[in-house]
Design a protein around this ligand. Structure first.
Ligand SMILES: [Zn+2]
Length: 308
């Protein structure tokens, strides 16, 4: 499913439909669009273990349509082809650890083949988008109407103190953990998992840390921030159990949403950012956001057994 017709807020070339003959707006080259994306999320700000940047694409090819998505999986690539996109921008890398083959008999090789056959470029903004200002966790906070105070783990290289991993947020009106979980379940795109809660569901939340994607490694920063709740994804038994039990900084509730759902709001933010850049340049460019759910978890069975 797609935004019908894509985003096209600029008034200079809003023709609707496919008929845009006679448009004098310049069509950007891939190299120009990538340069704009690199300004938003410089590759050198990615973690050393990460694999960001352009994976597939000819710098000289024209780009008229861009699709944003979380995962560079076959389903999304097929969607990009069907849409007629010239560029797919994803949050997750295709190859994080390198490869010795792109044979179409492998599922990632099949992705590469499909992209090249249909002249679709692939560009990745991962940890460089996580820590950006605005970044992945700003989008997550925005989806829940949380007021961002600052980064959870500030980037030492940012004198303004705005970039970094995760965000610390305040609520204008305190709510319970249960209400915050309900808000997350309502505002984030639907997944089989929904939102799990650890700790006291009736505790009052005034401050909350959020981190899109796996937040398992951020507990020290979350405890030090002294927040009432932490919303993230991929939490495991032991770190979660210990974080809830440790009352050194007061009580902490955990909200665990699906990894994909916590990062998807960034696609909308990123698409809006590129749309603004396109308007500034007067480009003939349409920007879309994929609504296909690519969270790997597809079903959920609520427990019915009794433990007594
Ligand atoms: Zn992720």
């Amino acid at each position: 499913m797609l935004d019908a017709g894509g985003r096209h807020r600029g008034g200079r070339h809003r023709y609707g439909g496919a008929v845009r003959a006679g448009s004098l707006a310049p069509v950007p080259r891939l190299s120009e669009v990538i340069a704009a994306l690199n300004d938003l999320w410089p590759a050198e700000r990615a973690e050393s273990w990460d694999a960001v940047g352009t994976v597939v694409g000819d710098p000289d090819q024209e780009v008229r349509r861009v699709l944003f998505a979380v995962d560079p999986v076959q389903e999304i690539v097929d969607e990009a082809v069907k849409l007629g996109a010239d560029l797919l921008v994803t949050h997750h890398p295709l190859y994080l650890r390198g490869t010795t083959t792109v044979a179409a008999s492998t599922f990632k090789g099949r992705v590469v083949h499909t992209l090249i056959k249909h002249d679709v470029a692939l560009h990745v903004a991962h940890t460089n988008a996580d820590t950006a200002d605005p970044g992945v966790s700003d989008a997550l906070a925005g989806a829940l109407d949380l007021r961002v105070v600052g980064p959870l783990v500030p980037d030492a290289g940012d004198p303004a103190g705005r970039r970094g991993l995760g965000r610390i947020c305040e609520l204008d009106h305190p709510i319970t953990v249960r209400e915050l979980a309900a808000r997350a379940a309502e505002r984030l795109p639907a997944t089989a998992q929904g939102v799990r809660v650890a700790g006291d569901a009736e505790a009052v939340v005034r401050t909350v840390a959020v981190s899109g994607g796996s937040g398992d490694g951020l507990f020290d920063a979350v405890r030090a921030a002294g927040v009432d709740a932490f919303l993230t994804a991929d939490l495991r038994h032991h770190p979660a159990s210990e974080a809830v039990a440790d009352r050194t900084h007061g009580s902490l509730a955990l909200l665990d949403a699906a990894h994909w759902a916590t990062e998807w709001p960034w696609c909308e933010l990123a698409a809006a950012q590129l749309d603004q850049i396109s308007d500034r340049h007067g480009w003939d460019l349409r920007v879309h956001v994929s609504k296909t759910v690519t969270d790997p978890w597809t079903a959920h069975a609520a427990s019915t057994a009794t433990t007594s």
